[in-house]
Write a protein that binds this ligand. Sequence first.
Ligand SMILES: C[S@@+](CC[C@H](N)C(=O)[O-])C[C@H]1O[C@@H](n2cnc3c(N)ncnc32)[C@H](O)[C@@H]1O
Length: 379
Amino acid sequence: MINRPELGPLVTFVPNKNLPVYSWFYYKEGFSRDFVMKMFREFNAKPDPDFSVLDPFMGVGTTLVASREFGVTSFGFDISPLPVFASRVKTRDYNTDEIKKWTKWLFSQKFERIDYESSSLVKRAFKKPILDEIVFLRETINGIPNELYRDLFLLALINASNKASYAFKDGAVIKFRKRPVPPIREMLKRTLKQFSRDVEKIKFKNVSAYPELGDARNILLDDGSVDMVITSPPYLNKIEYTRVYSIEMELFFNYIRTPNMIDSALGKNVKISHKDIESLEKYLNPSDPEIAFKYLKDLQQVLEEMERVTKPGVPVIIVVGNGCLPNKVVETDTIIADMGKDMGFDLVDIWVANQRWCTRNRTEKVGLSRESVVVLKKV
Ligand SMILES: C[S@@+](CC[C@H](N)C(=O)[O-])C[C@H]1O[C@@H](n2cnc3c(N)ncnc32)[C@H](O)[C@@H]1O
């Protein structure tokens, strides 16, 4: 285990905030372009369309966008439709004349009030006239016949709506703050201009990226087909990613959170047998919460899948935070390393990027929790 504090900021989304394309959808759970590029350099990857990179917990596609910039083919899966949508939009090629043309068309459409139903959550997030405008703009954008630009404009509207909202994300919960908000049309115009500038700035190579809806526990790729894995699973303390994005999901995907979707997140809807509990007892005590057992069982399945789809000698790079339980820290990084070794990976290293205290009742210290990069190598 080596301390690498220089990786600390890179395993967060913060460095992406001002980067063209990467910044199109703020995803607190993401890591940075610079992290992915650093891994390409450290593991001697070379631009080559026949080289394939996998991120089975793709989020908003940081690994895939960086792969397109670097010049390698990439595959990504995520269980949740919103990040998959953002990843799709961010990994495509656009023509700025088309963006201009559709912007002009959009803002020449005359506002009409459209009837809609919305939850109390959405009503609380927006002033009524702003919500009316957002719904009108959404419906107008849905009339763009070319899917490429329809999706791009919808992501721009999602981005702009977040800036015109009283709601904000505070860790795992949505909070509200009444404040002066900018007019949504102006916000959207500005966002589209920025997207258009970004399209000119980013230099994508002629390689494909495949962002898909899918489950990391059942990766839809052939055995021995992948040359490198760069990924970050949900952390034990934050396995449910959909709740804080409920407003976007409802407004733009007409998608009310379904138990089905939440159940397929890591650590949920897993049946745990006595045998599983026994096999995980080297990492947990029987009295530990069931969720910790389910989470580790799922992680084990994901590792098996990564072992299956990779070629021999391939690096598997996993950014993970340890889990805080009320009475102890679950050292997910060393557990992944151990599980990996059991299923035929070599452990290259564990790089500690950040350390934080786990606390009980906000003040009582329970233990130090690491955020680490676990590097395994398929034998
Ligand atoms: C830590 S985030 C990854 C963020 C990503 N590195 C980025 O830069 O955007 C973990 C992601 O895993 C997804 N997820 C949770 N359970 C999953 C599963 N069973 N299969 C695939 N993805 C899953 C969540 O929706 C979330 O987007």
